[in-house]
Design a protein. Structure first.
Ligand code: UGA
Length: 436
């Protein structure tokens, strides 16, 4: 199959590369010339494990190419995937901004030749596919096309394995012809018995939002239960095992922490609430999940403050991990963006380390944070250490060494990575989330 991927952001680049790995011929198009030039030199704009190697391999084998010009590939392609950004609208009302989708659609429309399936890969509000079809019909009445929806469920940091071994593939189609094209594209997964959920377009569009909102709700739920564990003196890690082994509940996404972040859950929960409001409904459970997530970050600030005796001023805090999750350089909506400024404002000195996120953090966090080359340097002369993001390199820290480096010995494990008893044995006070 010949595929055009519009947008070389996180979703477009991973999806295009993985389709090429399946054996399809993929052209990734982006308007950003600097980005395309970098990609042509084998330089990957995001940190995603395994991606660089896969891009290089597929370029070398002639199945993957990058360009700023969509005309040739759209004209000769079987499918065009829209994978451009759908950020939260600048109006601040939670709606998704569809400007990039509609601009790309107009450009594609003029180039279409022969039957083509236009596939929405970006996370878009229900009804967007209809708008895409309308724009194409208006721009190029002779175009022979179908629109389809194929939401992505990739996690940053694990995107390649998620793509190659998904739990399911959802395709929203309204014609057999479009379905056949999408089934052909995903044939390598079908052959390894990945379930393909075929549905109508609107349902596919909504499925993506419903999945992310459910996962966000699960996290907010366990975060609230963790706070209750803190008050009662119960252990949320054992509790999560106790409920997660029930197949109806499932053990995944039951890890408490400083609140979910990233480019997806915060944006998609807001967008879903707006979609519901437009229908005259409210999604009270999703609203609560969002509210709990905001409160969780504030509670983490209070936790740190209490541990420091109600007084951050003059105290030095080492922060390990800044990105919203490990194995990414993505800082979007990372809990650190809320928690660190609150501590700084009260006069704390912050020394931070992150394996991949520090360049981006410097743009997003206030001045005054001291960035260090490693975790130990961050801990030197600190009064407390906060484990903010569970990077693997923070999982086996030399606690004895850290103890000798620190001024006072408070270990605040916001990801529950360490065994409380083990940390206490090394001479620290230990505080996790729901592990008192
Ligand atoms: C999420 C979904 O998991 C993907 O299925 C979806 O495709 C993607 O959004 C998207 O819409 O593009 P992602 O945001 O990359 O993926 O990362 P997750 O692993 O889901 O983590 C999101 C946030 O939740 C992180 O801040 C993480 O630390 C937090 N989290 C996750 C918890 O606090 N506890 C958990 O148990 C799991």
């Amino acid at each position: 199959m010949k595929i055009t991927m519009i947008g070389t952001g996180y979703v477009g680049l991973v999806t295009g590369t993985c389709f090429a790995e399946f054996g399809h011929h993929v052209t990734c198009v982006d308007k950003d010339k600097t980005k395309i030039d970098k990609l042509l030199q084998g330089d990957i704009p995001i940190y995603e494990p395994g991606l660089k190697r896969l891009v290089a391999k597929n370029c070398k084998e002639g199945r993957l190419r990058f360009t700023t010009d969509l005309s040739d590939s759209v004209a000769s392609g079987d499918a065009v995937f829209l994978a451009v950004g759908t950020p939260t609208s600048r109006r601040g009302d939670g709606y998704a901004d569809l400007t990039y989708i509609y601009e790309a659609t107009k450009e594609i429309a003029t180039e279409l030749k022969g039957y083509t399936v236009i596939v929405d890969k970006s996370t878009v509000p229900v009804g967007t596919a209809d708008q895409v079809a309308r724009i194409i019909r208006e721009t190029n009445p002779a175009a022979e096309f179908d629109v389809a929806s194929n939401p992505e469920f990739l996690r940053e940091g694990a995107a390649i394995s998620d793509f190659m071994r998904p739990d399911r593939v959802v395709i929203g189609v309204e014609t057999t012809r479009a379905e056949e094209v999408l089934r052909e594209i995903y044939k390598p997964l079908y052959l390894q018995e990945t379930p393909i959920v075929k549905t109508d377009i609107k349902t596919a569009e909504l499925t993506k939002y419903a999945a992310n909102a459910f996962l966000a709700t699960k996290i907010s739920y366990i975060n609230e239960i963790a706070l209750l564990c803190d008050s009662i003196g119960a252990d949320v890690v054992s509790l999560a095992k106790g409920i997660g082994m029930d197949g109806r509940i499932g053990g995944k996404f039951l890890h408490p922490g400083p609140g979910y972040g990233g480019s997806c859950f915060p944006k998609d929960t807001m967008a879903l609430m707006r979609i519901a409001q437009e229908q005259g409904q409210s999604l009270r459970i999703v609203e609560a999940a969002v509210e709990v997530n905001g409160a969780q970050k504030a509670k983490m600030v209070k936790k740190v403050r209490d541990i420091l005796g109600g007084q951050e001023a003059g105290k030095t805090i080492a922060v390990l991990g800044l990105t919203f999750k490990p194995e990414t350089d993505d800082m979007r909506d990372a809990p650190a963006i809320t928690i660190l400024p609150a501590l700084l404002e009260k006069g704390a000195v912050i020394k931070a380390h992150d394996p991949q996120g520090m360049d981006e953090a410097k743009h997003l966090l206030p001045n005054g944070i001291i960035y260090t080359d490693n975790a130990y340097e961050a801990c030197t002369d600190a009064d407390a250490v906060i484990l903010m993001t569970e990077w693997n390199q923070y999982r086996a820290l030399d606690l004895e060494k850290i103890h000798t480096l620190m001024r006072s010995h408070h270990f605040i494990d916001l990801r529950n990575v360490y065994e409380p008893g083990h940390v206490r044995e090394k001479g620290f006070t230990y505080s996790g989330v729901g592990r008192s």
